[in-house]
Design a protein around this ligand. Structure first.
Ligand SMILES: [Mn+2]
Length: 396
């Protein structure tokens, strides 16, 4: 069976740091009785891939290890469901209300595609001894927090958690088969949009190295899965409830201003906005990740630099934001708007948030949803813009 070999130009230091991480992992897990690999809630392909790879890695290091793969929330998107059914049918869904009772039974928890201080996993809001969080393998920007995993491998510059796991698999000299390769490959492909955003040399290495081992059949099954009718109904609702708002004219650029690599932040604190902002409202979602699916779609519209999708799922508002500029700070935008009312996180170009409003009537939830729109527009410097419906005949 084949192995992944690390990039040829990997420095000796990087290689030995990686090997040390594997040794440390083996040592820390050696006599645990109940290990949980935990993905973030509503896992996406990157989380599923990284979780699966980490589970396999632990079994490779410690064949008798009692390891469970789990997550909170639900896997909604048809592609992601297919991926999970094909690759991790054994993964356990742990309901939020049972987290406090179930999780303390694990004497080691390892987080993938998220980190201890983040709010999008089941350890959030329960009392779990931080020293039992053995690993965090994540690529989201770190929060200001003292809460760290014992092995805290957080590399925000990297495009996917699956890339980090590919490096682990290479360092552990673990055999790679088509299933594992397909999982990691699709995880990287999906988080980096086929290496088109947020990509480092390590992502390019992992993507190319894995591609040789991918099962084309399995990949096709996932990417070209048949979609349920409810999907098209959801998209239709989203299109009918999408407004476009024109970004304010850019002020003359400051001649002193350096190029894009420097943090662009104008005095108002608003994020870079050009062309249009697309805002979609989904009043009743069948699944929470519909919001991100719609935001992804709307960002593909020409001249749209920000796509914001706001939806209602059960008793919460779900926010999903996409931006086309690499330095857009979408995560910061969503955190600023959600504030203490909910949870938020994300990267420069992709971000999400949740606001729980458990005791509200449906009408109140809808009102809350509407009230978020001007706040987003204001933050993007388009507070005065009048919107128009995407599907309005006269706007085409
Ligand atoms: Mn990810």
């Amino acid at each position: 069976m084949p192995h992944l070999s690390l990039p040829a130009d990997f420095s000796v230091q990087r290689k030995s740091a990686g090997e040390r991480r594997i040794q440390q992992l083996r040592g820390l897990l050696a006599d645990r009785r109940n290990i949980l690999v935990l993905m973030h809630n509503d896992p996406d392909p990157d989380a599923i891939a990284a979780g699966y790879a980490l589970e396999r890695l632990i079994r490779h290091l410690l064949p008798a290890a009692p390891v469970t793969l789990g997550h909170g929330g639900m896997i909604g998107r048809a592609e992601n469901r297919t991926m999970a059914q094909l690759l991790v049918p054994h993964a356990v869904r742990i309901p939020t209300f049972e987290a406090a009772a179930l999780l303390p039974a694990y004497d080691a928890i390892l987080l993938v595609d998220t980190q201890p201080s983040a709010s999008n996993h089941l350890l959030f809001e329960i009392d779990y001894p931080p020293e039992r969080v053995i690993l965090a393998a994540d690529h989201h920007p770190p929060k200001r927090s003292q809460t760290r995993a014992v092995i805290h491998d957080v590399r925000p510059e990297v495009g996917a958690a699956a890339t980090l796991l590919a490096e682990y698999v290479a360092n552990a000299e673990m055999e790679i088969d088509a299933t594992l390769a397909t999982a990691l490959f699709y995880g990287i492909k999906s988080d980096t949009r086929g290496l088109s955003r947020h990509t480092t040399d390590l992502d390019i290495w992992a993507y190319s190295a894995l591609r040789n081992f991918v099962s084309t059949e399995m990949l096709n099954q996932i990417e070209h899965v048949q979609l349920p009718r409810s999907y098209f109904r959801g998209i239709s609702d989203a299109l009918m409830n999408t407004m476009l708002y024109r970004c304010a004219e850019a002020t003359k650029p400051d001649p002193e201003e350096k190029d894009d690599d420097e943090q662009v932040e104008n005095q108002s604190g608003a994020q870079p906005c050009t062309g249009y902002i697309s805002v979609s409202l989904l009043f009743q979602m069948k699944r929470p990740d519909m919001a991100s699916e719609v935001a992804d779609l709307m960002l593909r519209m020409e001249d749209v630099s920000w796509a914001i999708c706001l939806g209602i799922f059960e008793d919460r508002l779900v926010i999903s934001v996409r931006a086309d500029r690499p330095n857009a700070q979408a995560g910061r935008l969503v955190r600023g708007i959600v504030g203490k009312n909910g949870t938020a996180g994300g990267h420069d170009t992709m971000a999400g948030g949740r606001i729980h409003i458990p005791n509200a009537s449906p009408a109140q939830r809808i009102a809350e949803l509407h009230s978020l729109v001007p706040r987003f527009l204001q933050s993007l410097g388009a507070g005065a813009a009048a919107g128009f419906l995407l599907l309005d005949q006269s706007s085409l």
